[in-house]
Design a protein around this ligand. Sequence first.
Ligand SMILES: [Zn+2]
Length: 327
Amino acid sequence: MVTATAVRTAFAADVGGTWVRMRAGSVGAPVERLRSPSILNHPGRSVEKLRADMVELLCHAAPADSQAAISFGAAIDHLTGTVFGSAPLWGAEATPYDMGAELRDRRPDVAWQLVNDVTAAVVDFAAEQSRPGVRRVGYLTLSSGIGMRIADLERMRIPVDGNGLQGEVGHLPVMSSSPELRGLLCECGAPDHFASIASGPGIARVAERLGLKTEIPEWLPEALAAADPQAQRLLELCVEPVAQMLRTMWCLDPHLDLIGLGGGVVEGLGAHYSDELCRQLGQATSYADRGWSRAQLADRLVFCGAGTIDALRGAQRVGQWLPGITS
Ligand SMILES: [Zn+2]
């Protein structure tokens, strides 16, 4: 486990398939942006070489004796820094890679912490949007995939399981009441996952199932603005699993006071998305779920527009949470 000390310089990086953004020092310091040593940028290069290049890049950039927090767009064991695979970085290569161990071996003077980009996002969201009295805060991203993280602000902890994971909800069985959507495949290849319906690719799959043969990202916002009934039905079906999950989470954890929603789906559909989600959450489903008023939802949900949440800034702030990322 990595322990933060007051004397260490902060170093943060946000590693994506296209760019690696890095910053040493405070949150306001300049950002350096380099092309990522990824399969996306170097299709012919071996995964072994790409991983070695990534380690080299980060080890070269980290200041001496720094506290380094690296955000990755991949499932990560937060306890060790093992990366479980990332399509944009390493393609279909699925063998877990202990990048944390590699970095510690190469630069033992640096205190390395590797986090998933949704973890970095919840840290940034908590810092930017939380208010006094908020006990637990969550961040849900709906984009090419779906991920959620919850942080305990009272104890400054982000709990993870024995595999160092938390909130990988995209591949849970989907809560949908629509038999017409049965059997839709997820990006992972399995049917009937949360992401089969509610992610960006999921919305396209639902549209296809409904017989809508059109370019959904371009068509949907305009069709919703024109109150097209097919577009409204599509949105209703794709929002339903999200509403179901939020109801369940609030039922199990009434102290989950604030949740941010972000990612390409939320950004792209804007008020159409937030209005539909709040409409569904407003409906009473039982004595245990009496329906949430608009005022209650405005107090509990934050719909994050493009640029509101920054994984690099979040990674920079991860040091404040150490050693609270723990099982
Ligand atoms: Zn899946």
